[in-house]
Design a protein around this ligand. Structure first.
Ligand SMILES: NC(=O)c1ccc[n+]([C@@H]2O[C@H](COP(=O)([O-])OP(=O)(O)OC[C@H]3O[C@@H](n4cnc5c(N)ncnc54)[C@H](OP(=O)(O)O)[C@@H]3O)[C@@H](O)[C@H]2O)c1
Length: 289
């Protein structure tokens, strides 16, 4: 079967490409640079060179597909890019779409990103295409935002106090996406809230990171200003910084993202990866050069 991937070089999508390749597929993945094309090849996929800004590229990407992963990063072009891709599928293959969204996407979401995903989901519903929606909770890989402090100062600095969060590994999200893409008929009409299987805190994350890195790493409750500056320095678009600050300093700090769920293991029939698994697998991120 033909599977096309949009966002296959990102945090979740790269694992979707790798997982599909491991399961015997050769997914066709959009790549907007030669480096991205090589990354797709290294993951076991087939690169399709071009940008989401080029409608003809996207038409060719999806024209022969049976299933399409729809995922783009948060940014000012997200609605235009994702709605354009939906239109391209509707005009060509009419493939089943697996869309990566967020929990609580709604017109009146307090988060801009929740409104953005809601707009895209409305467009998807209106297209009449078969589709499913995957809503990952807080990803363990979000630690990438603060790896500089871990490497340079042996500290995990996040504005979350002792707030707990049910974190999920992007690799578990990717496996769910891969299973849905493999079974486009069964996937149609489904909606999956993928909250992590264990509640963790900054202190317990730091303990796991210490084991993974082989040296003590301490948790520090940082200020919102400091966290915002770190986000900007790591390339997060300015428009997304406010949302992320509220997510950490209000929502996670006050425990609103706690409440573990077995949704992913129930779908994949595999145990959920723990934060210890994550820290061990990503020890390179925390190692000093
Ligand atoms: N992080 C979380 O905790 C979380 C939780 C739930 C849901 N989500 C949602 O998941 C999505 C983000 O997933 P992610 O973290 O995997 O994203 P990501 O790492 O930012 O990846 C974005 C992907 O989109 C591609 N892309 C962006 N603009 C493009 C263009 N003009 N042409 C071609 N490709 C383009 C990027 O390609 P390049 O590699 O070339 O940049 C990359 O492959 C967002 O919609 C977010 O709201 C995130």
């Amino acid at each position: 079967m033909n599977i096309s991937i949009i966002g296959g070089t990102g945090t979740i999508g790269s694992h979707v490409v790798r997982t599909l390749a491991e399961r015997g597929h050769a997914p066709l993945a959009l790549a907007r640079s030669e480096a991205a094309a090589q990354a797709v090849r290294d993951l076991g996929g087939v690169p399709h060179t071009g940008s989401l800004d080029d409608p003809e590229t996207i038409r060719h990407l999806v024209a022969e597909a049976h299933a399409v992963l729809l995922l783009t990063g948060n940014g000012p072009d997200q609605v235009r890019h994702e709605c354009g891709a939906i239109d391209a599928v509707a005009a060509t293959s009419k493939a089943t779409i697996v869309k990566v969204s967020v929990p609580g996407a709604a017109a009146d979401s307090p988060f801009e990103i929740g409104k953005v995903h809601h707009t895209i989901e409305e467009h998807l519903r209106a297209s009449g295409l078969d589709h499913s929606v995957v809503r990952p909770g807080w990803l363990m890989q979000n630690i990438a935002l603060v790896t500089g402090g871990i490497r340079d100062r042996d500290e995990l600095a996040l504005p979350i106090g002792e707030g707990a969060v049910a974190a999920i590994d992007a690799r578990d999200v990717a496996l769910v996406c891969a299973l849905l893409l493999e079974d486009p008929t069964g996937a149609a009409g489904t909606d999956h809230m993928l909250i992590g299987a264990a509640d963790i805190t900054g202190t317990s994350m730091a303990a796991a990171l210490s084991s993974g890195a082989g040296r003590p790493i301490a948790f520090r409750d940082s200020t919102l200003d400091e966290f915002s500056a770190t986000l900007l320095a790591s390339g997060v678009p300015e428009a997304a910084v406010g949302d992320l600050g509220m997510l950490y300093d209000v929502i996670i700090r006050h425990g609103f993202l706690a409440g573990a769920s077995n949704a992913a293991p129930d779908l994949t029939a595999q145990p959920a990866r723990t934060f210890e698994d994550f820290a061990t697998a990503h020890r390179d991120w925390f190692t000093r050069s």
